[in-house]
Design a protein around this ligand. Structure first.
Ligand code: IMP
Length: 474
């Protein structure tokens, strides 16, 4: 009898670690193991925080995932859990910033691309992110002297409204017939701020100088279809999830962003506005920690978009900085080029502690082959060496191990910015490593992992060597 799969995946760095690929693999595996001998098991992938500031990219085969000859198609989800790519059920918890228009759009795309037919479940407690959140975000970011570099998806203003209470529109409000009244009340409560930000005076060119009432009518019309489309998704998700748990179904919780962007524990104020550490998944979804395995996703080199320190930054001119172009390090949400740093184990050790990780998936080990890797194992801060991460990262200097690491996986193409270009060439090489397992990886990579695990006090349970489902050595 196959085991029930109960897993949480979170980012161990600053987002963009490759969570989507690992979560998609977990969900696809769970879908393949959908019989427990007596009955059919469902699989649900649940988001617990953040909104469409996230960009989750996967590469899937155009026709069917088992057809190893078909072309790779890139699918990027922002609002919906990546479970759509494996035809799993998907869920949105109460702490999610739900942009219903993005969700409906992406669901439509998933239906067209892979005939998505799973259940879509949205906590009636989730807040709804609307047009004015996004435009307030952009307005504030543009007027800020010290930039945060937000994705302008409305995340900051949304979470403020959530906490303020009289300005939160819950998903239950959204699908109810009282939505117009609720929206009017909320807009009234925010009217001064919205006017100051010029929200009514230019509505994406859809009518300049709108009045309050015209803006309200415009918003209602924008959401008419989405409200119908999502009407049956509203539920008391905590009960559904616990029923799933008791009934033996598979549950996979998908984090967005990453540890250093947590609103309390991250590099404040250059953080996102949600609580994204794994313990919050349990608090916000109403699930028991003890039932789950918690995994952190760590890209072998850290990256950062937007403002905020990256202690091990490879400066322009450093040969390691070229990884950004070779590996296609551009934001899936904003298209911004990510800054790249050398491996920072101090940061990972803290992520293991904060997220209470049971295991790590190390991604993009193929993207740094033949490069010389320095490894940061301490910081110099205020004149002394420390293994702790201080709040103000702008003043730390990395202390690197005296030795460096380098490994070679294959003689084929090294520019992996567009995986579909090199797919056919590299697929058999990657498959050989997957078949061979951990001991078939280059000795230097194995040594790197053993030292890493020892230092960060957590075991690497998977090593990703390619962008497609299944290209992970375990
Ligand atoms: P916000 O979440 O749009 O408010 O942006 C706050 C900070 O988080 C900015 O530095 C963004 O670049 C960063 N950020 C937000 N979402 C992601 C993500 O999914 N990956 C990486 N960085 C992100």
């Amino acid at each position: 009898m196959d085991k029930q799969i109960l897993e949480v995946y979170v980012g161990a760095q600053g987002g963009d670690e490759g969570k989507a690929k690992i979560v998609d693999e977990a969900a696809a595996y769970a879908q393949q193991h959908s019989h427990d001998g007596r009955k059919h098991r469902r699989t649900m992938v649940v988001r617990f925080q953040g909104g469409d500031n996230a960009g989750h990219s996967v590469y899937v085969r155009a026709s069917h995932s088992d057809d190893k000859t078909s072309e790779l198609v890139k699918f990027v989800s922002h609002a919906v859990p990546i479970g759509v790519a494996s035809n799993s059920d998907i869920g949105f918890g109460p702490s999610v910033a739900l942009n219903p228009l993005s969700a409906v759009h992406e669901l439509q795309e998933a239906r067209e691309k892979f005939a998505y037919s799973g259940m879509v479940l949205i906590s009636e407690r989730a807040g709804v992110l609307l047009d004015y959140h996004k435009r307030l975000d952009a307005w504030r970011e543009n007027s800020r002297e010290q930039k945060i570099g937000t994705t302008k998806s409305g995340i900051g203003p949304f979470y403020e409204d959530n906490a303020r209470r009289d300005t939160r529109i819950s998903f239950a409000d959204y699908v109810s017939e009282n939505f117009p009244d609720r929206l009017r009340d909320v807009l009234r409560a925010k009217q001064l701020e919205l006017e100051a930000a010029g929200i009514f005076s230019d509505c994406y060119g859809k009518g300049s100088n709108m009045t309050f009432s015209q803006y309200l009518e415009w918003l209602l019309a924008e959401h008419q279809e989405a409200r119908k489309e999502l009407y049956f998704s509203a539920c008391a998700l905590e009960y559904v999830l616990n029923d799933y748990l008791r009934s033996g179904h598979h549950l996979i919780v998908e984090g967005a962003q990453g540890t250093v962007l947590d609103v309390d524990m991250g590099t404040y104020p250059q953080v996102t506005s949600s609580h994204l550490l794994a313990p919050h998944a349990f608090a916000s979804l109403g699930l028991p920690r003890k039932a789950f395995q918690v995994y952190g996703i760590e890209k072998i080199y850290p990256t950062r978009v937007g403002a905020g320190a990256l202690p091990t930054l490879a400066a322009e001119g450093d040969p390691f900085a070229a990884v950004a172009d070779d590996a296609g390090e551009f934001g899936a949400t904003t298209g911004r080029r990510r800054r790249v740093g050398y491996p920072d184990w101090v940061m990972i050790k803290r992520a293991v502690m904060l997220n209470d990780l049971d295991g790590i998936f190390l991604t993009r080990t193929d993207c740094v082959q033949d490069k010389e890797l320095k490894v940061c194992t301490a910081y110099r801060y205020r004149g002394r060496e420390t293994s702790e991460v201080p709040l103000d990262l702008s003043k730390v200097e990395p202390v690197y191990l005296p030795e460096t690491f380098s490994w070679h996986l294959w003689g084929g193409p090294k520019n992996l910015a567009d995986p579909s270009q090199v797919d056919a060439q590299l697929r058999p090489l990657r498959e050989a490593y997957v078949q061979g397992g951990f001991s078939s990886l280059p000795g230097e990579l194995q040594r790197y992992i053993l030292l890493h695990d020892n230092f960060v006090r957590c075991e690497t349970v998977g090593v990703s060597i390619g962008p497609t489902r299944g290209e992970t050595v375990r």
